[in-house]
Design a protein around this ligand. Structure first.
Ligand code: PLP
Length: 420
């Protein structure tokens, strides 16, 4: 689906005067609306037990996290800096889900210090956690169903994936933790990513409800929550349809009644870790055209590059492009739209029909609010762009400055450094 851009050419020209391109701009209104929609869709969960722990990795900006905190979201962190970011934003305790893998000691220590819910990725992490940070009152395990489920292209086939405990390990893991004194339990899985087919999301809930029943009976433990993971997709392509969140929620509700309430496993909270669907569609990469050149193909060179938004380069992902002020012109030219890295995959679009493009045109890349900028590097000495927030009242605020040459050289500046 092609979403409407929340600003006009005239408005963005005014913004550009203060904050020159390139920049990522996030639409606060859109982010709040989808957060409220998700909360409302799941408000049926017994005992007001729904929470989305926003996956910080999707958009690690404290201004965005603060908005989501106000919408009753928690955060899903996967590293020490992400835990620190949550803390800085005033998000602590069980408002944090810590879902990491190959976890170093200091991350478990920090998670424990903050009182986060720890989601263990491996059975050996039970003793590792005990040694380095002690056993908490609440624990969650990440389940990997192996060949019982198929994943998708991005996250991979579950049996090939490095994440989570096998079914046998899962039973053993809860037993160990019960013996070590854990009182509260959660069960997590994350099998798909960027999934538009509701069926997979519903099947995940079904699988976890069945497991909760089995584990509870066999081990005589009571589950407090299931974590369905993230993975709700974004309809990046014009012909794709967004996930019907209400439909998914209703289907999960039926399963919950049948498998959880009827068999006495309620109250059981349902939590998620969605990132992409929350900020993805509400972020736009705004760039200016630097050069238009003709070689064997027609090329449009922007002042942004793949480091500002990695999805097209990494996954050959489609992102819609609008040329501001030229929305109603015929798409009668074919271009590759690219950045300035010496990498041939530094392209935002390949063979894309667009109106005739001129130098200084303003190009908006759609659905750029998740898993893009944070994946960027400084390869080729490229510096990443700034981030802006389009507030609900129409004002625009700087929420991250652009990187500078000093940032780039900062790691070369150390005691006795010969050059910096
Ligand atoms: C453990 C975990 N939770 C949640 C997410 C967020 O997924 P999405 O942004 O696709 O919803 C990810 C993404 O990589 C993840 O690894």
């Amino acid at each position: 689906m092609i979403r409407q851009i929340p600003f006009t050419k005239k408005q963005i020209e005014k913004v550009i005067k203060k904050y020159p391109t390139p920049f990522l701009i996030y639409d606060e209104k859109g982010i709040r609306q989808i957060a409220r929609r998700l909360n409302k869709a799941f408000e049926w969960v017994v005992g007001k037990g729904f929470k989305n722990y926003f996956a910080v990795k999707a958009c690690p900006n404290p201004y965005i996290l603060e908005i989501l905190k106000q919408e009753n979201f928690g955060v899903d962190c996967s590293s020490l800096p992400e835990l620190m970011l949550a803390e800085k934003t005033g998000i602590i305790g069980e408002e944090i889900m810590f879902s990491s893998n190959d976890t170093p000691q200091e991350e478990f220590k920090k998670a424990r210090e903050l009182g986060a819910i720890i989601n263990l990725d491996d059975i050996t992490h039970t003793s590792f956690l005990e040694k380095c940070a002690g056993i908490p009152e609440i624990i969650c395990f990440r389940y990997n169903p192996g060949s019982q489920r198929t994943g998708n292209e991005i996250i991979g086939d579950p049996k090939e994936a490095k994440y989570g405990l096998t079914r046998t390990q899962l039973f053993e893991g809860y037993k160990i933790m019960k013996e070590k004194g854990v009182k509260r339990f959660g069960l997590h899985t994350m099998i798909v990513s960027n999934m538009l087919d509701s069926k997979y999301l519903i099947q995940t809930a079904d699988m976890l409800f069945e497991l909760v029943a089995e584990l509870s009976k066999k081990l005589n433990i009571k589950f407090e929550f299931v974590n369905l993971g993230g993975g709700i997709g974004v309809d990046y392509k014009p012909e794709e349809k967004p996930v019907d969140i209400e439909f998914v929620s209703n289907a999960i509700k039926k399963l919950y009644e049948e498998k959880i309430i009827t068999h006495g496993f309620a109250p059981l909270k349902i939590v998620m870790e969605c990132g992409r669907v929350i900020t993805g569609p509400y972020g736009f990469l705004v760039s200016k055209v630097r050069h238009v050149v003709k070689k064997y193909k027609n090329f449009v060179g922007l002042d942004s590059s793949m480091v500002d938004f990695m999805r097209p380069a990494t996954y050959r992902a489609y992102h819609h492009i609008s040329v501001l002020g030229k929305e109603n012109l015929l798409l009668d030219h074919i271009y590759d739209v690219h950045g300035s890295l010496c990498e041939n995959n530094d392209k935002f679009a390949i063979d894309r029909p667009l109106p005739e493009i001129e130098v200084d045109d303003i190009i908006t890349l759609h659905d750029a609010g998740a898993h893009g900028r944070p994946m960027g590097s400084n390869y080729n000495g490229k510096l990443r762009c700034k981030e802006l927030l389009l507030k609900e009242n129409g004002e625009v605020e700087l929420i991250r400055r652009a990187e500078t040459e000093d940032d780039y050289f900062s790691t070369l500046s150390f005691p006795n450094s010969k050059f910096f």
